[in-house]
Design a protein around this ligand. Structure first.
Ligand code: GLU
Length: 373
């Protein structure tokens, strides 16, 4: 069988899911040990490894003797607070056997969305990597909730955003199924494993239905969505079984293990940041302006039809056509109040309308990233 070419791979993000890490009554120490052993081996070979580990909520829930999903937000937060130290304790114990250190990095969506906090995070992660420490990420479920809009929701999405933002070469999602099948292999005996996916088409998404298990939030669909984020960031993804003790080594050696979703052409750092940041408001543009943007031209005030929401200059906003389709995200030079004044006007009127010292376009092509529909 032909080998995958991973010769370019140096920096890897590995995500371990709740299912493979938890046992009936708590943490599956054998699994933690196996993952740590494999990471230690990869590091000896010169790979930089970042681990994203789920399991905190599940472990906290088990410590509190919950047997059903934790739906109540405050209870989920409490479970995460209880479970995270248990999880980290298990990892540090196993890394100690290899004379290695790991460090905990708890983040919310804000930390990646905001450029200042993102740069701050990048700095601390670079330092951990330079020290040879394995950063172990988890969502900071104690403070992140959908209500305050700082939630990733699942660690599949979070690991892909991390992989994309820190320029990882490969994302490995370790789960309880050995890849993407054309149906549910547990129910459909005709379902076949897809070794490689080039394009994440609606048909591929139709193979992956349903959410995760009792305490995890992801499922096959979130894994494909994660792979899509990584793909746009120029990072390939392998979805594989976390139950195999040499899976990471096999993947890195190019074995046809699991499903490999190929990377797309790498976008610029700035465009990836734009693409992976939640938008604050929207700029509605007319058809002419949409066409101009698609041919890599700047947005002029005359092409702005409406402004939605409140945002500051330099924040990421949605770019919408007149039918309400968001086809891109962009970072305008003007805030929403200024844009409301400028909409429909000519560039030469900018100074008269809102004062001098301003740019003559709303944003340039490099401030825009298209959303694949
Ligand atoms: N952050 C959650 C935890 O540690 C897991 C989310 C997920 O399953 O993706 O328990």
């Amino acid at each position: 069988m032909t080998k995958r070419d991973f010769s370019h791979v140096r920096r890897i993000v590995i995500k371990a899911g709740t299912n493979i890490l938890s046992s009936k009554d708590g943490i599956n120490m054998e699994r933690v040990r196996s993952i740590v052993d494999q990471i230690a081996k990869a590091k000896e070979k010169g790979y930089q490894v970042l681990l994203v580990s789920s399991g905190a909520v599940g472990l906290g829930a088990k410590a509190l003797h919950h047997t059903t999903p934790v739906a109540y937000i405050a209870m989920r937060q409490a479970c995460a607070a209880i479970g995270n130290p248990v999880l980290m304790n298990a990892y540090s114990h196993e890394f100690e056997r290899h004379n290695m250190l790991c460090g905990q990095v708890l983040i919310t969506r804000f930390d990646l969305n905001n450029r200042t906090s993102y740069n701050n995070l990048r700095q601390s992660v670079s330092m951990l990597l330079a020290l040879g420490v394995v950063p172990i990420f988890n969502e900071n479920d104690v403070v992140s909730t959908a209500m305050v809009r700082n939630q990733f929701g699942d660690n599949d999405t979070m690991s892909a955003l991390i992989a994309s933002k820190i320029d990882a070469d490969l994302l490995i999602l370790l789960t309880d199924i050995d890849g993407i099948y054309t149906g549910n292999p547990k129910k459909d005996s005709n379902a076949v494993l897809l070794p490689e996916i080039n394009e994440l088409t609606p048909e591929i998404f139709s193979y992956a239905k349903g959410a995760g298990s009792t305490f995890s939030t992801g499922g096959m669909k979130t894994k494909l969505l994660a792979a899509q984020i990584a793909q746009k960031g120029g990072c390939g993804t392998v979805i594989a079984s976390g139950y195999e003790d040499d899976i990471i080594e096999r993947i890195l050696s190019g074995d046809q293990a699991g499903t490999y979703i190929l990377p797309a052409e790498r976008l610029s750092q700035r465009q990836r940041w734009i693409l992976n940041t939640q938008y604050e408001g929207a700029i509605v543009v007319d058809d002419g302006a949409k066409e101009a943007l698609l041919s890599h031209k700047s947005l002029l005030p005359s092409g702005v039809k409406a402004v939605k929401g409140v945002f500051s200059a330099g924040e990421v906003v949605a770019v919408m056509d007149k039918d309400g389709n968001v086809f891109a995200k962009a970072v305008p030079y003007f805030d929403s109040t200024e844009l409301e004044i400028l909409q429909g006007h000519k560039s030469y009127e900018i100074e008269t309308l809102i004062g001098g010292g301003k740019k003559d376009v709303i944003f340039r092509p490099e401030d825009l990233a298209f959303i694949c529909q």
